[in-house]
Design a protein around this ligand. Structure first.
Ligand code: ZN
Length: 242
């Protein structure tokens, strides 16, 4: 099966639609949470994903948008965008977000938004956190989002350490039998200094992972955000990719 693995769409429909076209062909979409928040198209993004064979889990902004997370844990701009999102969501889409599980397991793959042990909130950034998390899931590979930074972490059993693998944008990598924590980056608000939408293609039979980037019309998203009165800092950061 060829899976499109996406995370942190953040209600950015132009970015999502560009990725869905660029990634073809694929059999299923695995979405690692934060469908909404920050961006201008929460309903459209949710409804578009329902066109596909979809496995989806919840992120912290999804919880914020349905009132399941205290909005005061978010920074001011994120909070303002979440208040706007709460008003904007249709009852159907609010119900969809409410029903999302916090983790999923498919074959050899464990899906979580933040980290395997703390799926909504923990960032898998520093090596201590990543190392600890390798002990907390049974599957060979965990797929996570939340940091908006595309990266692969490999568990090296011989020295019990984590190795950081930067994404290869040119060629798929073989997963082999390795234990990995893989982050596809963010579709709708990349933060690694590259404004292009980030995603991954996972081939579960060939056991390959492909990190990919695609340019989308950032200015259309920015224009929609302006029209909806979303915070200027959130508008500006999209073209910077940080
Ligand atoms: Zn996010």
């Amino acid at each position: 099966m060829r899976c499109l693995v996406i995370s942190d769409i953040h209600a950015n429909f132009p970015a999502l639609q560009t990725v869905l076209v660029d990634a073809q062909p694929f059999d299923a979409v695995w979405c690692l949470g934060d469908l909404v928040g920050y961006g201008p198209n929460p309903n459209r993004c949710i409804e578009r994903l329902l066109d596909f064979s979809l496995t989806c889990i919840a992120g912290n902004h999804d919880w914020g948008a349905i009132g399941r997370a205290d909005l005061y844990v978010f920074n001011r701009d994120a909070r303002q965008a979440l208040y706007w999102t709460q008003n904007e969501l249709t009852p159907e889409n609010r119900a969809f977000l409410s029903d999302l599980p916090t983790t999923a397991k498919i074959d050899d793959f464990f899906l979580a938004h933040g980290s395997p042990r703390d799926p909504i909130w923990e960032y898998t950034v520093d090596l201590k956190t990543v190392t600890e998390n390798f002990q907390t899931f049974d599957a060979r590979v965990a797929l996570v989002g939340h940091t908006h930074i595309p990266v692969l972490f490999e568990w090296v059993e011989t020295n019990k350490q984590v190795r950081v693998l930067l994404p290869d944008w040119e060629e798929p990598i073989h997963l082999d039998e390795r234990r990995l924590i893989v982050n596809p980056g963010s579709v709708g608000q990349p933060r690694d200094g590259n404004p292009r939408a980030s995603y991954g293609i996972l081939d579960t039979e060939a056991r390959t992972w492909e990190s990919r980037r695609v340019t989308y019309p950032v200015e259309i998203t920015q224009e929609q955000m302006r029209a909806r009165g979303l915070p200027q800092r959130l508008i500006d950061r999209l073209e910077l990719g940080r």
